[in-house]
Ligand binder design. Sequence first.
Ligand code: FES
Ligand code: FES
Length: 158
Amino acid sequence: MSQHALHLSVNGEPVDANVPARRMLSDFLRDDLHLTGTKRGCETGTCGACTVLVDGRAVKSCLSLAVQAQGTSITTVEGLSDGDTLHPVQQAFLSCGGLQCGYCTPGFMMTSVAFLKENPKPTATQIRSVLNGHLCRCTGYSQIVESVMQAAEHMDGH
Ligand code: FES
Ligand code: FES
């Protein structure tokens, strides 16, 4: 299969790669770049576990081709913290018990980060609505909503 040259930024680092036309972004991130924080779940766009930020927008990477990421800036869950300092969204999930097994958590956090940038003072209803495209088998969702509320308070519009 023909290879396509790809140049993009991932978690602030330049990446050059050659990928087959049909390589999914989730597979590229996990298998080629070894960024396994991005999870593969349903691989049909239903569970949200594979969500990453592409130019700041939450995207389900199991539905995107790697070649579509040409020239973009991607953030995965590995790129959220600042060294040892957790991102406020990560810290809030930890403090509020917004995770159990953690499989769904990177996806929830990436969508929450993008959402809070646009909606710094969300209501619980807005949070539930934006997280609609994510599935969690463990938490029952209440702690996840609390986590995003707490992150919003701590970020205070930043
Ligand atoms: S693995 Fe992408 S939405 Fe489920
Ligand atoms: S914490 Fe286990 S699936 Fe969400």
